[in-house]
Design a protein around this ligand. Structure first.
Ligand SMILES: Cc1cc2nc3c(=O)[nH]c(=O)nc-3n(C[C@H](O)[C@H](O)[C@H](O)COP(=O)(O)OP(=O)(O)OC[C@H]3O[C@@H](n4cnc5c(N)ncnc54)[C@H](O)[C@@H]3O)c2cc1C
Length: 569
């Protein structure tokens, strides 16, 4: 490591790794300091029981931007992402189910079993979502204009306004509605079937501690729909080897480009001199000097724990104290001796022969495709609304909202032959429990509640569980540094998005301190394994410090000339 780094990055989550790769590619000397012994942050694969590996936190892919996949050569570093054979499967309390294949005609056929009216509305619904998603996708790659007192920001805002002006009034209304209304109100207007409304409503509360009837949840629904897989919009898939395969590929590319990664190195403090971030103090006592610092950590952690508040404007510190972090998420991995047999779907072995030549049964899950789907246990918007109300009152709900995914049905690298692993991603579990109860005491009873809930829909589930590893919101904070257990580094509320993420005036990856940047999910466009905050922050840094880039380019040219001369000597 050189005496003084160009850029020191705090945290080697996926966004830190992406930023490192782009900065190193521009010739800057970059080192990442990661607290854990493994890179990847919330996108990691770890062994949780002997012989059983799984993604520990984040578990499914769609939001990872194709530009990042392409420019970081992730496929060349071994990343393979496969689509789910069926997107979603919603078992219902009456023993039926809604199957949701990716293609519209197959989806419409399944929805028609519940409501012909809703099946007929599906094409219009998809166009309605697409109208709002296009500008959102465009915005995701751009630096938000965050302080219109600055001419460049004002100009960017005007340019963006100009683009909005070209949209028809109807399209502007669509955008306004989806950004401001509740997903529940919107879905009630469009559809009549509880199951279909639940399918879409689930996206509105994932990682979002709210009711589907809370204003602004329409945006969260969009946030989960703006991804794509192999060019297919809105489709989710599985990274072979788990989410850690994504971050291992990113680390390989960052390293190839010259970035250094130090794991097991917690940053304790950011050194500041004359209003400028100039280095890091590591927990082991080492001092690191750096021209620039990029923080991949939650903004609350960055500004309230790693920096002396005296060094920041008081009003900024107050805004950071108000920054909301709570996704009310409980995450569990289980090792399974056998696949769950859902009351609502035939066991795969019994049905596979009959379904081989039958597309309709494939779409309905009769060939076992439903076991490769995101299995959603949340049969109605009312169920999700009650879960939120209960969690607000008691700290957790009695009927949890669960997405169950069994990646070993698509990936034999995760479990011993014949056995399986499942991810359980559950809402609503408040970060702090009332009446002085602690998550250390509540964790295992909650894990039992979740297993019992799945068992009501798949009676062999509890008996199939060989081992489990549960992470409460408090565990997510302790293990990954996710403040309040917030999976997105801050709630995706309208007050904390775009130019106001994390705070209005600093939504452009900069901070109140010169030389300090935010490159994690607490910056635009927010959480999820997208790679975009890292990508956009690196671009911001390179735009702000063009001289660093030029100096390094010249240094590289000189080194290259030296190598050529010595090879000719
Ligand atoms: C349970 C769960 C499920 C999720 N499911 C999905 C999903 O299926 N799909 C999806 O797209 N997204 C999902 N997400 C969201 C997504 O994983 C996160 O938004 C994303 O991974 C955050 O990436 P990041 O690089 O911004 O930050 P992080 O991944 O949080 O990385 C920050 C890094 O900083 C390190 N760090 C913290 N403090 C210090 C310090 N003092 N010194 C040095 N290092 C430090 C941390 O250890 C960590 O490695 C999920 C998240 C969770 C928690």
């Amino acid at each position: 490591m050189p005496g003084k780094l160009d850029v020191a990055i705090i945290g080697a989550g996926h966004n830190g790794l992406v930023a490192a790769a782009y900065l190193a590619a521009a010739g800057l000397s970059v080192t990442l300091f990661e607290r854990r012994d493994v890179v990847g942050g919330a996108a990691v694969t770890e062994e949780f029981a002997p012989g059983f590996r799984n993604s520990t936190a984040s578990y499914t892919v769609s939001l990872l931007h194709p530009k990042v996949i392409r420019e970081l050569n992730l496929a060349a570093h071994g990343l393979t992402i496969v689509p789910r054979p069926m997107q979603n499967f919603l078992p219902l309390p009456d023993g039926t189910a809604l199957c949701a294949p990716a293609e519209l005609p197959a989806l419409a056929a399944q929805v028609a079993r519940h409501s012909v009216h809703d099946a007929e509305r599906l094409p219009a619904w998809q166009s309605y979502l697409a109208e709002a998603l296009e500008p959102l996708r465009d915005l995701a790659l751009r630096t938000p204009p965050t302080d219109v007192a600055r001419w460049p920001d004002l100009w960017r805002l005007l340019r963006w306004g100009g683009r909005l002006r070209r949209l028809s009034a109807a399209r502007q209304r669509t955008l306004h509605e989806l950004f401001t209304r509740s997903a529940g109100d919107i879905l009630d207007d469009w559809f009549e079937s509880d199951a279909l409304k639940a399918l879409y409503g689930f996206d509105a509360i994932v990682g979002h501690y709210a009711s589907p009837y809370s204003a602004g949840s329409g945006y969260v629904l969009l946030h989960h729909a703006f991804g794509e897989l192999h060019g297919q919009r809105g489709v989710w898939g599985h990274a072979i080897g788990g989410m850690g395969a994504i971050t291992q590929a990113m680390a390989a590319e960052a390293t190839r480009l010259g970035a250094h990664i130090e794991t097991g190195q917690a940053v304790e403090r950011i050194e500041i001199r004359d209003g400028r971030a100039c280095g890091l103090q590591l927990a082991d006592g080492r001092q690191i000097k750096a021209r620039l610092i990029a923080a991949n950590v939650n903004p609350k952690l960055l500004y309230l724990r790693l920096i002396d508040p005296q060094q920041l404007p008081a009003e900024f510190v107050a805004a950071m104290r108000r920054y909301r972090c709570a996704s009310a998420t409980f995450r569990m991995n289980v090792a399974l001796s056998e696949l769950p047999q859902f009351i609502a779907a035939p066991a795969p072995s019994a049905a596979s022969a009959a379904s081989a030549a039958n597309r309709a049964s494939a779409a309905s899950g009769a060939n076992g495709d439903h076991l490769g789907a995101g299995i959603i246990i949340a049969p109605s918007l009312g169920y999700m609304d009650r879960a939120f109300a209960e969690a607000r009152l008691r700290g957790h709900c009695s009927e949890p909202i669960i997405e169950l995914l069994i990646p070993s049905t698509l990936d034999d690298s995760l479990a011993p032959r014949g056995a399986h692993v499942a991810s359980l991603f559950c809402q609503h579990f408040a970060p702090e429990l009332p009446r002085g109860r602690s998550w250390a005491d509540a964790r295992e009873p909650m894990a039992d509640l979740i297993i019992d809930t799945v068992t009501r829909y798949a009676p062999n589930f509890r008996r199939a569980v060989l081992a489990r590893s549960a992470l409460s919101p408090a565990d997510l904070e302790q293990r990954f540094g996710l403040v309040g257990g917030d999976i997105f580094h801050g709630a995706l509320g309208l007050d904390q998005l775009w130019a106001a993420r994390p705070v209005l005036g600093y939504g452009d990856y900069r901070s109140p301190l010169r030389g300090l940047y935010l490159c994690g999910s607490g910056a635009h466009p927010g959480g999820g394994v997208t790679g975009l905050p890292g990508h956009n922050a690196a671009r911001r840094i390179l735009q702000d410090w063009p001289t660093l880039r030029r100096v390094h380019r010249m240094r590289r040219v000189r080194q290259h000339a030296g190598t050529v001369r010595s090879s000719h000597a």
